[in-house]
Ligand binder design. Structure first.
Ligand code: NAP
Length: 267
């Protein structure tokens, strides 16, 4: 993946301390990238991700740096970009992965505005404006890109972007918004040579789903997902690696499902 005449590409991955973000960081490490490992509060997990990345690195020039920032807070987003540039010297791709489920799964007839605001701020406003910050850097500074097919932005949405779950309406709305954010940025940035892709995971085995594991184990056994297994962080990491490595060069605005066939209409 790296261009031999430039330093290793730097990818900023939000929410990379655990779960899907860690899986993304690990694949990028194997592919020769340096990674800014954003996390919200779990420094130990972020350091563990950094150590696992270092063990997989393809060259000694790669670096793996934890950077704390709440993507839902404007000042934190600005500091996240500034610290990544200060510590790693460049940004070649942004993976907007960080996200939260509602603290309580509540029927939309009862759910609170506080939960709506928290989930929308983190899952939608955060990646939308973090993207704006990184794009401003690219457009203003015009840095050379270390990736073979140019700068990339990836949004990690969810099947919840178009699958209604009435016990977490705010999450579904946030992910539907992320899907539109990806379309908007893809449209705005195509002529700048910057590619934007949405990855849409299905039912994935991470901390986010531990509380509903038995329910999903049962639904998987009943065939809800044609491939009949949980998705893994590696499934998402491999897709990110393919996009960032340049395997989808003519596919800006693409929506790539990582859901084991969940989205197939069946009879
Ligand atoms: P997870 O296991 O709960 O991990 C969440 C990650 O995001 C952690 O690294 C966490 O950092 C970080 N994070 C949380 N809030 C943050 C904030 N405000 N600012 C910065 N980082 C923050 O979640 P996951 O399952 O890997 O989910 C990753 C993404 O995939 C989310 O956008 C989620 O909506 C989406 N997704 C998940 C599934 C699924 O089934 N799991 C399915 C489809 C889509 P700390 O470690 O510091 O807390």
């Amino acid at each position: 993946m790296p261009n031999a005449s430039l330093p290793p590409p730097v990818v900023l991955v939000t929410g990379a301390s655990r779960g899907l973000g860690r899986g993304i960081a690990l694949q990028l490490a194997s592919a020769g990238c340096s990674v800014a490992i954003n996390y919200a509060g779990n420094l130990a997990a972020a350091q563990e991700t950094a150590g696992l990345c270092a063990a997989r690195a393809a060259s000694a020039a790669q670096r793996f740096v934890p950077v704390q920032a709440d993507v839902g807070v404007r000042a934190d987003r600005e500091r996240l970009v500034a610290e990544t540039l200060a510590q790693l010297g460049r940004i070649d791709a942004l993976v907007n992965n960080a996200g939260i489920a509602p603290r309580v799964r509540a029927d939309i007839a009862e759910a609170t505005e506080e939960s709506f605001e928290e989930v929308l701020r983190t899952n939608l406003q955060g990646p939308y404006f973090l993207t704006q910050k990184v794009v401003q850097y690219w457009l203003a500074q015009k840095p050379a890109c270390a990736l073979p097919t140019g700068f990339k932005i990836i949004f990690v949405s969810s099947i919840s972007a178009d699958t209604a779950s009435v016990a977490r309406g705010e999450y579904c709305i946030s992910k539907a918004g992320v899907a539109m954010a990806a379309q908007l940025w893809a449209t705005r940035l195509a002529a700048e040579g910057i590619q934007v892709v949405e990855l849409r995971p299905g039912i994935m085995a991470t901390d986010m789903t531990t509380g509903v594991k038995e329910k999903y184990d049962r639904l998987l056994a009943e065939g809800l997902v044609p491939q009949r297994r949980w998705g893994t962080p590696e499934d998402v990491g491999l897709a990110v690696q393919a996009v960032i490595g340049g395997s989808f060069p003519f596919s800006t605005g693409a929506v790539i499902p990582i859901d084991g066939g969940f989205g197939i209409r069946r009879l």
